[in-house]
Design a protein around this ligand. Structure first.
Ligand SMILES: [Zn+2]
Length: 226
């Protein structure tokens, strides 16, 4: 069973299990090391289940997770655990506010994607077919102070029309209909960034032939309409 794939009618317990599983996968694949990153899902239309501040996402337990409203108010937490709302929560809430279609958000610090932003290199759309075919353009934000509400402002306009956004010198945020889709986007961002960084290290970056770009764009549009 793929726990990361869920509908808008999923129970709170199913969503909590999906977040734990996503955390384990992100940790195991190096996308979310140390205490970095946060994972959330919508619960109904106006609540969110989200990881708390300060814990490794690969080793969370079901009662570590919090339920908050779209204003960020804590609605439910295990009082014995004393878990706190992460300072990066506004980033998730901004994505849900701007995208009624989105039911899952992942914020991570993937090394190669961050390296592109540190080197002030835009995420390329014309080097690997999978970007045009499955992801679309991935814009980079301006600088924003980490753990501040400014992070949310920095993604506000970009997240409206993109499923993945790089946060300058900080990380990435991806969204989806469920955590399966949001994680696919995150993995794709990091795998493409890694290939591009390695190509730069080797010294030569060949771009796709211009005549391939339009057919790949069309393929993505067709897939997203299914
Ligand atoms: Zn972060």
């Amino acid at each position: 069973m793929n726990r990361l794939h869920f509908s808008q009618f999923a129970t709170e317990r199913d969503l909590r299990q999906a977040i734990l599983e996503t955390g384990r996968l992100c940790y195991a694949s190096g996308l979310m090391l140390s205490n970095n990153g946060n994972i959330s899902t919508r619960l109904g239309d106006d609540k969110v289940v989200i990881t708390p501040s300060g814990l490794c996402k690969g080793r969370l337990e079901i009662d570590d997770l919090l339920v908050i409203d779209l204003a960020g108010n804590l609605i439910k937490a295990d009082h014995k655990r004393k878990r706190k709302v992460s300072s990066e929560t506004p980033l998730h809430l901004e994505a849900y506010r701007q995208r009624p279609d989105v039911r899952a958000v992942i914020h991570a610090h993937p090394t190669h994607a961050i390296a592109l932003t540190v080197a002030d290199t835009p995420f390329p759309t014309d080097i690997l077919p999978e970007v045009l075919e499955g992801l679309g353009p991935v814009p980079t934000t301006r600088f924003a102070l980490p753990s501040s509400d400014d992070n949310a402002l920095a993604i506000r306009d970009l997240i409206k029309a993109h499923n993945a956004v790089l946060i300058r010198n900080h990380g990435a945020i991806t969204v989806g209909q469920d955590l399966d889709e949001a994680l696919n986007h995150l993995e794709r961002v990091e795998s493409v960034a890694k290939a591009v960084v390695l190509a730069h290290v080797i010294g030569k970056v060949n771009r796709l032939p211009a005549e391939m770009l339009e057919p790949l764009n069309e393929l993505r549009k067709k897939m997203s309409q299914r």
